[in-house]
Design a protein around this ligand. Structure first.
Ligand code: FE2
Ligand code: FE2
Length: 268
């Protein structure tokens, strides 16, 4: 098999969204096969500073991305486009944590988890593309947020910071907002989007849980107190307060206790 870190760099270096997602799924399947056969190899590799991306969508400062209300069909298309963009970014984020920290001695389960997450995100991106195409749109048809790679850049030398900010803050935010999004599409009888978002919503719990699991593992190995360590890292690397309302039940399912996130909230 291709050593995992090199497979990760191949995905990161693929620009087209559908091609990136397909390669992500192929490398994930190859990793699982190799793990079963005992022929797996992580290796090391140098990931690019920024992943390759297609020419479209145009990436704009978040303030300049037009806001559309989900009451209109166009607004809901824009919402699905924004989710597609997040999912594509997530594919790269999970392969990046593998490639960038492949030199750190870690149990093989660490790599299993992020490979699984990268496989899930590739599926999610495909589901969102299918929804967009069924609405006569496509990924790239609308502008999207620039700056989604900032968290990765800020934490490129700090694995604990990466876990704190990416799965335990950014992906946890997804747990809070996806159920409301599903309701919007349900209200308008848009079954394909409901079904796709339900898959995403269910699978994202595991990604946050992987983050919490490996964050706690690293704290334990370095004899650090997880809660204050988490607070210090989020304050250092995440720009701004966390936004309530929090879905406490779903966050609990993902191994995130309230005293981790409430002290970082807007009104704290
Ligand atoms: Fe996802
Ligand atoms: Fe995710």
């Amino acid at each position: 098999m291709t050593p995992l870190a090199r497979a990760a760099v191949e995905v990161l270096s693929t620009a087209d969204g559908r091609a990136k997602a397909a390669l992500s799924r192929r490398h994930a399947a190859a990793w699982r096969t190799a793990r079963e056969a005992g022929t797996h190899l992580v290796g090391t590799a140098s990931p690019p500073d920024r992943p390759a991306r297609p020419d479209a969508p145009e990436l704009l400062d978040p303030r300049d991305v037009p806001r559309r209300r989900p009451g209109s069909p166009e607004g809901r298309t824009a919402l699905l486009h924004a989710v597609a963009h997040i999912e594509l970014n997530a594919v790269d984020l999970h392969w990046d944590v593998i490639a960038r920290f492949a030199h750190v001695p870690l149990p093989m389960g660490f790599f299993d988890d992020w490979v699984q997450a990268a496989d899930d995100e590739a599926k999610h991106f495909g589901l969102m593309c299918d929804c967009l195409e069924a609405r006569d749109s496509h990924y790239g048809a609308l502008p999207a947020h620039a700056g989604m790679w900032r968290a990765a850049e800020d934490t490129k030398d700090d694995l604990m910071g990466r876990l704190a900010v990416v799965p335990m803050v950014l992906e946890a935010r997804g747990l809070d907002v996806t159920p409301g999004m599903i309701e919007v599409f349900r209200k308008h009888g848009e079954d394909q989007a409901v079904a796709a978002l339900e898959v995403i919503s269910a699978e994202e719990v595991a990604h946050v849980a992987y983050g919490s699991k490996w964050f706690h593992f690293l704290c334990g190995r370095d004899d650090l107190d997880p809660k204050p360590t988490f607070h210090a890292l989020v304050r250092r690397y995440f720009h701004g307060p966390l936004k309530p309302p929090f879905d406490e039940a779903r966050r609990a399912d993902a191994g995130l206790p309230p005293d981790f996130y409430w002290p970082l909230a807007e009104d704290a």
